[in-house]
Design a protein around this ligand. Structure first.
Ligand code: GTP
Ligand code: MG
Length: 627
């Protein structure tokens, strides 16, 4: 919804007003929250607690179905057909670009019952031999009888809320938009508004969660699959992956009513006891869940089990949602961390735009990478932003210790391993107010200056304390894991990558300083010139040679980069990428790598010579540059 224009948002509101007063209240709150520009420091709109947001989105998913259609033109016919099952509150179209475009419409009914009626009335596919599984993912076949055709031809005044609702703004269009902004602050805001995950993106992610939950709920009626991470914490951008946790733990079933039943009932379920230890048990359970997803769930493909990791996960692709999913069953600290990040984003309106800008800068200069490795992750970057905003003379964000201290009995959360995740959760009640009124562009510059001078060598970053502490070990970058304080969030980062981070923040401070000093760009130059944050996102043309490019290919085999096959050898079949983002990412890595290798061939001075080009001008304290 955030990505929609105000007139479109207005149209949605009108249509919702017509349809359902309760829905209207929910959406007016949501739109207020996302379109308003007030901070918590001033009189702001009502903040939606994380749990309420999760519950509302989960309920919304139970009222929704996704139907594959011929094209968006099928909408009136689909609407007329489905209106017989109940009241349709909203309809959203999206397309997945594959070899041929695939079109889908998400329909939201007024009640769960109505959506279930539509699902129960659906037909089995006689042409396929697979086991039919009930799920919210359906397709709309052509009308067969005259009566149906007549009904379908009826006109309707209902309209799609959005057409092509999952499409991302391409880089050129975004850059053009940013270059036309009035000033740096507007650029930062616009970047956030135009790239953040929109309403439809969130709806689809909650439907993916519901599908998993419903698949196991026959045997485990209290199973709960919940999205976490950037899909729900407000830091997600269009196309972000879905982190999903499938929970069977007592907290999910620990409601007061359940507790009473547990105390009072005399009939008790027979239960199989876990004979192995917790971790092995989780791995085995995940193996079964992985098999079930792989064998029976429509849309789920490319299932991969990564069960030896610290947090075992099952990865899969959802072809009807064009979504990469990471499913875990034992990552409660990650889940609660998302709640903390959500709260930090809600505390102050500058936090998310600033983080988006910094994440995009990091992506543009190659500090982050979609595949896991020795580089900084988006999550660690977000921690750096939060810490920077906590440690200021006039802090913009509270420390985690302060939130933990003001926890009430309702806020107590313990994971199964006994990790304390209790912190104050009521945004309205938390007493923290910031008097810092620095604008986002100035904060961005200060962020880069702060980390240009940060003593990464000796100091660790603690969001719990909101100040740097002595580094407990020799990791290159040490960010104390806020919920498991003996762990380092950024343990994966190599010394080489940390050094690159230091160089890049200095470069960024240097670039940005001249932009902040010269805030007004003449109208005539604005549209063409690359100015403001665009200068941070410019590919800097440096060859980034990382050791693993030679020793451990990640997504691309080096041999794939060049067409070296002998003329009579049959060409290898092209790799098919289900996800367009992955495909684009791989193409861009290939293109970059081809460039590097070409340059290396031409330049007889080998990798050392090429690596020397990574040394960028660095800036010392203020204003001066050194090499
Ligand atoms: P993108 O996927 O890059 O868009 O960001 P993300 O925030 O979703 O990051 P990621 O998928 O890597 O992790 C999902 C969530 O798990 C994060 O938002 C955090 O809430 C949590 N998380 C990730 N790493 C850690 C960690 O080291 N410690 C804790 N406590 N939580 C973590
Ligand atoms: Mg994620």
């Amino acid at each position: 919804m955030q990505a929609l224009s105000r007139p479109l948002a207005g149209a949605i509101m009108q249509s919702l007003m017509r349809n359902n007063a309760k829905q209207f209240i929910f959406w007016s709150k949501h739109l207020n929250r996302t379109c308003s520009s007030k901070t918590i420091a001033t009189e702001g709109p009502e903040k939606l607690p994380y749990n309420d947001l999760m519950q509302q989105r989960q309920q919304q998913a139970t009222r929704s179905i996704v139907v594959q259609v011929q094209s968006e033109k099928s909408f009136p016919e689909l609407y007329n057909y489905c209106a017989s099952f109940g009241q349709i509150l909203s309809a959203h179209h999206y397309r997945i670009q594959h070899e041929d475009d695939q079109h889908y419409i998400l329909l939201e009914f007024a009640s769960t019952q109505e959506a279930s009626t539509a699902i129960s009335a659906s037909a089995y596919n006689d042409e396929l031999s697979g086991v039919t599984a009930h799920s919210p993912f359906l397709w709309f076949r052509a009308a067969s009888s005259k009566r149906e055709l007549k009904a379908a031809a009826k006109s309707t005044t209902a309209a799609l809320v959005v057409i092509g609702g999952t499409e991302m703004l391409d880089n050129n269009a975004l850059n053009e938009l940013l270059s036309e902004s009035q000033n740096l602050d507007q650029q930062i805001l616009l970047l956030h508004q135009r790239t953040q995950l929109n309403d439809l993106g969130v709806r689809l992610r909650f439907l993916a969660a519901l599908q998993v939950q419903q698949a196991v709920s026959g045997m485990f009626p209290f199973a709960n699959a919940q999205p976490f991470g950037s899909s729900v914490n407000g830091f997600g951008r269009m196309g972000c992956d879905l982190d999903l946790i499938l929970r069977f733990d007592r907290e999910v079933i620990g409601t007061a009513a359940m507790q009473r039943r547990n105390n009072d009932a005399r009939l008790v379920f027979h239960t199989k006891e876990n004979l192995t230890n917790g971790r092995t048990q989780t791995q085995r359970q995940m193996e079964s869940v992985g098999d079930m997803l792989h064998l029976f769930l429509p849309g789920v493909c490319h299932v991969r089990r990564i069960l030896q990791a610290r947090v075992p996960i099952i990865k899969y692709h959802h072809e009807h949602l064009n979504l990469e999913v990471d499913l875990s069953m034992s990552n409660l600290t990650g889940f609660y961390m998302s709640e903390l990040l959500y709260m930090f984003g809600e505390f102050d309106e500058r936090v998310r735009p600033l983080t988006f800008c910094i994440r995009r800068w990091a992506q543009a200069c190659g500090l982050t990478n979609p595949s896991p490795g020795r580089w900084i992750t988006n999550f660690s970057l977000t921690c750096l932003v939060i810490f920077f905003l906590q440690q200021m003379k006039q802090p913009i964000l509270p420390t985690i210790n302060a939130l933990m201290k003001s926890a009430t009995p309702e806020d107590i959360r313990l994971t199964e391993d006994g990790i304390n995740c209790s912190f104050a959760r009521d945004l309205e009640r938390i007493a923290f107010r910031s008097s810092n009124t620095t604008n986002a562009s100035e904060l961005l510059l200060q962020f880069f200056e702060f980390y240009s001078q940060f003593d990464f060598h000796n100091r660790a970053i603690s969001l719990n304390e909101g100040r740097a502490i002595a580094k407990p070990d020799h990791s290159a970058l040490y960010i104390v894991n806020p919920l498991e304080q003996v762990l380092n969030v950024s343990k994966n980062i190599s010394h080489e990558e940390c050094e690159r981070l230091r160089i890049e923040v200095r470069n960024a401070a240097w670039v940005l300083e001249s932009e902040v000093e010269q805030p007004s760009v003449p109208d005539s130059e604005r549209a063409e010139a690359s100015w403001g944050i665009l200068r941070l996102f410019k590919a800097n043309g440096k060859s980034i040679i990382r050791p693993n490019m030679f020793f451990k290919p990640r997504m691309v085999d080096v041999s794939e980069l060049f067409d070296n096959s002998a003329p009579d050898e049959p060409p290898a079949p092209p790799v098919e990428y289900k996800n367009d983002n992955v495909k684009r990412e791989v193409e861009s890595i290939k293109a970059q790598a081809r460039g590097h290798f070409r340059q290396m061939r031409m330049n007889a001075s080998t990798a050392a010579g090429a690596a020397a080009t990574t040394t960028a001008p660095v800036k010392t304290a203020k204003g001066r540059r050194s090499r």
